[in-house]
Design a protein around this ligand. Structure first.
Ligand SMILES: [Zn+2]
Length: 202
């Protein structure tokens, strides 16, 4: 199938854990798939929560993903192999090395095709991820997602329920210390969505 001109552009989907980033990424990619475009999904090989060949969102939406080394050469090689693919998705961008060449590569590729990137806004300490921080203001479009704060007031037993923009890491139910490793793959046992007021570091 040939088209007049290739659709292009970069959309970055950003937010804390449990804000539905992967679900939104898969929704956007599926939309193009249904319109007859060729679509591929990449993810850093560090994320082994599910399997090497598949991304499963928190809502169970599935799309096969190619696991790539989370550095410039890993991404460059994968994108070169996918040269003819019209729409590219990249999940969990924050796990890629802090290398400006990665940012430049994504910007370059998104001049020729449509690229959707999903990324955590901040690490568990509330600090930005370098690659995400550099890519975000250069994107054509940003989708900012929020979760719901699950903090429970110990006095009243009430849930906060405010929009959550932070990812709280917990160790045995207590806030993780600032010097804990930056990357720790986990789910609800290790992380909670929190608002800014209830985001804690010990
Ligand atoms: Zn809160």
């Amino acid at each position: 199938m040939s088209r007049e001109a290739r659709d292009f552009g970069l959309t970055v989907i950003v937010g804390p854990m449990f804000s539905g980033k992967t679900t939104e990424l898969l929704r956007l990619l599926t939309r193009y798939k249904m319109a007859g475009y060729t679509v591929a999904l990449l993810k850093p090989s560090i994320d082994k929560r599910y399997s090497e060949r598949e991304v499963v969102s928190h809502d169970g939406l599935k799309m096969e993903a190619l696991a790539v080394e989370p550095n410039y050469s890993g991404l460059e090689e994968a994108l070169r192999k996918l040269e003819d693919v019209e729409v590219i998705g990249i999940d969990e961008l924050q796990f890629f090395e802090p290398d400006m060449k990665i940012v430049e590569l994504i910007l370059r590729v998104s001049l020729e095709k449509r690229v959707f990137v999903a990324a955590l806004n901040l690490d568990f300490r509330g600090e930005p991820w370098e690659v995400v921080k550099e890519l975000l203001p250069r994107a054509d479009d940003v989708v900012s997602l929020q979760a719901v704060c699950t903090y429970v007031d110990p006095k009243t037993g009430k849930r906060c329920g405010a929009p959550a923009t932070r990812t709280q890491r917990l160790i045995d139910g207590k806030p993780a210390p600032r010097d804990a490793p930056r990357i720790l793959i986990g789910g609800r046992e290790s992380y909670e969505p929190r608002c800014r007021r209830h985001h804690e570091i010990s």
